[in-house]
Design a protein around this ligand. Sequence first.
Ligand SMILES: Nc1ncnc2c1ncn2[C@@H]1O[C@H](COP(=O)(O)OP(=O)(O)OP(=O)(O)O)[C@@H](O)[C@H]1O
Ligand SMILES: [Mg+2]
Length: 389
Amino acid sequence: MNLSRLLSEKRLVICCGSGGVGKTTTSAALALQGAALGRKTLVLTIDPARRLADALGISSLDHRPRRLPDATLRRRGGSASGTLDAMMLDAKATLDDLIHRHAPSPEARDAILANPIYRYGSRALIENPEYLAMEKVNALEAEGSWDLIVVDTPPTRHALDFFSASRRMGEFLEGNRFLAMMTPEGRRGLTGGRILGFGLGAITRLIERVTGTELLQAARDFFTAFEGMFEGFRERAARMESLLRSEATTTVIVTSPEPHALAEARQLYASFAGDRIPFGALVVNRVAIDRLVEGALDGVAAGGTAMDSRERVRLDALIENYYIFRSLAARDSRALAALAGLGIDPARMLIVPALEEEVVRIEGLRKFLRALKPGAAALRPPGARRRSR
Ligand SMILES: Nc1ncnc2c1ncn2[C@@H]1O[C@H](COP(=O)(O)OP(=O)(O)OP(=O)(O)O)[C@@H](O)[C@H]1O
Ligand SMILES: [Mg+2]
């Protein structure tokens, strides 16, 4: 299964990994490739930063899909039918929209929006947007306007939070944990102090401010107003859970060769297997690759005798730089060798060298895509041919 096949066949590609490794860059590049393959593609970022807009070379992004101009997309060929839209998650707008769309009546909607429990709870959901991101992906997928949706997940402390958000919402609604939170005994009983991926802090702060009967009244009002909506939340959480595990979905784990990022990538890979979440590819990004074959520098230093002293100093600096780089490349190469233990199909292990510039605009993404290769091909020195069998 090569990358083009994944991008031609899947409907949902989720890019994940630890902070700063190149998730947004990879998402933008994969979406561009999807459009070049003729698919109507949407790339959604949950990252509040401007990175996706910069990578795509557009001035700004908001929560409405924005189409990239045809001329930008087709400067270098590509299928005529492919399109590329980009958008950013607006967690607050997504939540407001859910309440407006699903509230059983205008009165219930207003009661929910004014309820102190909702106001504190919604703030926590917006600050930890994994659940709302899943809601948005679910709605976009159900809308059916795109052949391919590429999701750039947020730089969470735990990349897995995104994948478990809908399950946690489902459990939360199932067990009436909400009611349990209203009593100190119930709060103590909540495992690990984390519900829906965020701490109990928001609820505790609320409970400290609104006490006794006032709190119970607010909880009662909230439940009455929310009555007809629980079922919808449960159903959507269940749909998201099956969408995550469907044939149409795949994941791309992005990592750098740094130990902390690799550890997170390994953990994600193992959890996907355990959780039946489909795995598409592992992208090891910003790898230092030593392209000089052994012995290539022999004679170079000696050849410097014909140089004047300024040229000689430059040559020595260049050679010293190379030896520093070579130790980085050796470290990265050991990291890549250690990944072999995961047993990933070599065609699904993709490597992108550290490029000399930031990856910005379509041109930068194209460069990134040209540099992205399956492990063996990426590490081969230039000019070396594959041995014929
Ligand atoms: N192969 C590469 N070579 C050089 N620079 C790169 C490469 N890949 C990504 N970058 C640069 O690294 C920076 C981080 O990339 P990116 O924003 O895609 O990471 P991210 O994982 O989305 O980060 P965050 O977790 O903060 O959302 C960007 O400035 C990007 O241009
Ligand atoms: Mg990002």
